[in-house]
Each structure stands twice: as structure tokens, then as C-alpha cells.
Design a protein around this ligand. Structure first.
Ligand code: 17E
Ligand code: FE2
Length: 412
């Protein structure tokens, strides 16, 4: 199978791509079809990328906005309360039906890898069981990675540590924690120790909802980075949100940056939701509450962008298109320099793949699984600017999603 005339990432010259038995076998200019090659697809100078990676989303809560009521204050805390009121409606079947719809929405936008947080502060672990089953059912089309997420805390919720451990035993891929939501600073620190101990015991990754609050005194991050460094877990650890870092004083950030770099941890910002939920305790000026993406990136620290929410109590909008997160992230982070724009697809492709530890399973290179998307644009600058659809999404060389070009007419 041969795909002709594609610009891969920011490449300056077009390439042809040969796929054999679901793997990339040749990537070179002007490949000629082999005898019995099968289909030859001319992609006419469009841009190809490895599939989009959603590195932070709560699929258990997706598509529930307005049920049983809307989050009118727009705060994280009212969102948590709305979710609490939805929980009695959860059944395995109900969760699977919603998450299946969300996964297809994601696939339609070229997403093939998803890290989802699943609330495990539920004695029955209903949503976790549902999403563990779905993870296997959709494996051929989309990779789902599950973080066991204790929404109310590990120590501030009855049997929180036991539930976290059970979730890891049942097959969650990563351990979570929520230090800024624990009752006390002592619980906050201790909860992180429990999270790291359990992740090591079960050989799992870690992804922590870390300092998602406009409180400059919320300093879970320094403990996360120090534990990642001292345990050697390093880049298996991710700090999500870290919105308090927006409000830290610069002198503290300079000190903090050293251990952040030494630790090798990943960061995930969720630009749309961080801006939407953030600054809610402010009058004016209102903080943007996105972590320091520009500065972390400049220090060589891995940062990706996630959606966090898809039409749920924390975001009444959401279409599962990673482009929107890049767009918002660049504006909010003062990152609209030319180089920043053309490289910004990395926040939702290769950087996110690093966070998920996809390794050699990911990327357009000979020998790897032939997973890639084709944008309806010749480069990322245009794709971003014109919100170009993903024309085709291929998985092991098989077309799993497609869209028509977005054509517009003007009559003057
Ligand atoms: N729960 C939480 O603590 N923070 C979030 N951003 C979401 C759920 C979506
Ligand atoms: Fe989140």
C-alpha cells in the first residue's frame, strides 16, 4: 500500500509512505509502486502527522453537562458537586454508552491515544469497571490509558488508599492523587507518598492532579518532583494542571525549576478548562491560571496539552478536537511567535506521546505501526489557523475515520 505526496510534520519536501502488513516500511520521496502493491493513494501535498494524543481527559464524566444541573458558578468545586449529584445515575452500561460516543468523537478528530482519569472514590468502582472493559473492546482503534483518580483525595475520603490500590490491581495503568484537595497540608504530602508507594508496588505510571487552584501556597508540585527524583520514577510521573504555578512568585519558581528539571517529570496543561475554571475567586484582574508552559518548554521540560473535559460539569463545551487546546494554549501562554506556532502540534502529538510513555509504538518511522493522520492543509500553520479537519485517520494502515474537506462558498 502506497501513500503519495505527503508533508510529514514540518518537513520541507514531500514524501511517499509505504505500508506493508500494517507497518511503515518505506518513507522516501518518489517511491514507485511494487508489483502487487495494492492501493496507491495520492494525498496531493497534504500534511501528515502521527495521530493526535489526548493526554488528559475525564471520560467517566464526559457528555453529562446539565445533568442533573448545570455548573453555573464555573468553579472546580461546583463541578465536583454536580458530578457527585450525577454519580447515583452511573451504571456500567450507562458509562459505556457515553464513553463509546466520546471515543468516536475523538477518533473523528484523529485521536488514537487517550489518557483518561477515572474517579475511583466510589466503593463500587462502577465507572472504572466500565472503562476497563471498553479499553479492551476498542484496542484495535484507539489506545486508552486509565489513571485511577481519587477525586476527593486518598486520605480525605473513606478507604481512599484501599480504593486506589484496588483500582491498580484491577488494571488501571497509572496512579493518581489530588494533593490540593486533601483536608490538610500533612495529608497532601502523605497522600503523595502513598501514591508513589502503590505505583512502585504495582509497576504503574503516575499522573497527579497537582495544585489545580489559584492558591500560591499550594505546593504539591515540589513534593511530586522530589519523589519522582528520589524514587527514580522520573519521567514515568506527570503533574497535571499545576495551575497554582501561574500564581507562584518568581523567586520561588527559580528555586523550584531546578528540581523540576532534575526530576524529569512531564507536565500537562489543559488550556480551555484552566482558563475557564481559573481566576474565579478574583475580581479584577482575573488570573489566566494556566501553568507556565512557555517557561517550562524553554527549560526543556516536556509539556503537553489536554482537553480535561468534554461537555461535562467542568466544561459545558468540548468537541474532542485537540486543535482547540493548541489554539487556546498558544494565546493564553503568549506563544504566538512564528516558531512557536509551527511547532505547536507537538503539544498534542509527540510531547503527549512522551507523557503516555508510548515509546517506539508512536511516530511516522520505518518499522513502526502505520498509524497516522492526514490534515486538510499543507502545513500546521494553516491547519491551526483554518481549523482544518482530519481528512483521514489510519491505524495499522487501515482507514478508521475520515472527513470531507470543509468547503465554503462566497458569492461576491
Ligand atoms: N476533577 C478535578 O478535580 N479537576 C478537574 N479539572 C476535573 C475533575 C475535570
Ligand atoms: Fe483533570
Amino acid at each position: 500500500m502506497l501513500f503519495k505526496d505527503l508533508y510529514i510534520g514540518n518537513a520541507e519536501a514531500p514524501m511517499d509512505i509505504r505500508v506493508t502488513d500494517g507497518k511503515f516500511t518505506d518513507i522516501a520521496p518518489n517511491l514507485t509502486p511494487l508489483p502487487g502493491e495494492g492501493t496507491v493513494t495520492d494525498l496531493a501535498g497534504k500534511m501528515a502527522l502521527p495521530p493526535f494524543v489526548e493526554s488528559h481527559v475525564h471520560l467517566d464524566t464526559c457528555l453529562t453537562a446539565g445533568r442533573p444541573r448545570w455548573n453555573l458558578s464555573g468553579t472546580l468545586f461546583e463541578g465536583i458537586q454536580c458530578w457527585e449529584e450525577y454519580k447515583p445515575f452511573l451504571t456500567k452500561q450507562e458509562v459505556k454508552e457515553r464513553v463509546n460516543r466520546a471515543l468516536r468523537l475523538q477518533a473523528s478528530n484523529g485521536i488514537q491515544y487517550v489518557r483518561t482519569h477515572v474517579d475511583i472514590n466510589d466503593p463500587k468502582l462502577t465507572a472504572l469497571e466500565a472503562i476497563l472493559e471498553l479499553r479492551e473492546e476498542v484496542r484495535d482503534f484507539i489506545d486508552v490509558q486509565i489513571v485511577a483518580f481519587p477525586q476527593y483525595g486518598i486520605l480525605s475520603y473513606p478507604k481512599g488508599a484501599e480504593l486506589l490500590e484496588r483500582a491498580l490491581e484491577l488494571g488501571a495503568d497509572a496512579a493518581g492523587a489530588i494533593p490540593h484537595f486533601e483536608f490538610t497540608r500533612e495529608y497532601s504530602v502523605e497522600s503523595l507518598h502513598i501514591c508513589f508507594d502503590l505505583a512502585q508496588k504495582y509497576n504503574k505510571l503516575i499522573d497527579i492532579h497537582c495544585d489545580e487552584i489559584d492558591d500560591e501556597a499550594s505546593r504539591g508540585l515540589e513534593t511530586v518532583a522530589t519523589l519522582a527524583y528520589e524514587t527514580g520514577m522520573g519521567d514515568k510521573v506527570t503533574a497535571s494542571h499545576t495551575t497554582a504555578m501561574h500564581s507562584y512568585n518568581n523567586a520561588y519558581v527559580i528555586r523550584l525549576m531546578r528540581i523540576l528539571k532534575m526530576s524529569g517529570i512531564n507536565f500537562v496543561a489543559n488550556p480551555c478548562v484552566n482558563v475557564h475554571l481559573g481566576g474565579r475567586a478574583d475580581t479584577y484582574p482575573k488570573r489566566r491560571s494556566m501553568t507556565r508552559v512557555k517557561e517550562l518548554t524553554a527549560e526543556g521540560i516536556n509539556v503537553s496539552f489536554g482537553s480535561d473535559d468534554l461537555f461535562d460539569p467542568w466544561n459545558p463545551l468540548g468537541n474532542a478536537n485537540m486543535r482547540d487546546q493548541v489554539f487556546m494554549g498558544l494565546y493564553t501562554g503568549h506563544m504566538l511567535g512564528y516558531e512557536e506556532i509551527v511547532n505547536s502540534y507537538r503539544f498534542v502529538t509527540e510531547n503527549a506521546a512522551r507523557t503516555l510513555h508510548l515509546g517506539d509504538a508512536y511516530g511516522i518511522a520505518a518499522g513502526r505501526d502505520a498509524n497516522f493522520v492526514v490534515m486538510d492543509a499543507k502545513n500546521w500553520y494553516d491547519a491551526l489557523n483554518y481549523n482544518a479537519p482530519v481528512l483521514r485517520s489510519y491505524r495499522a494502515g487501515k482507514l478508521i475515520a475520515s472527513a470531507a474537506p470543509a468547503e465554503k462558498q462566497v458569492y461576491f
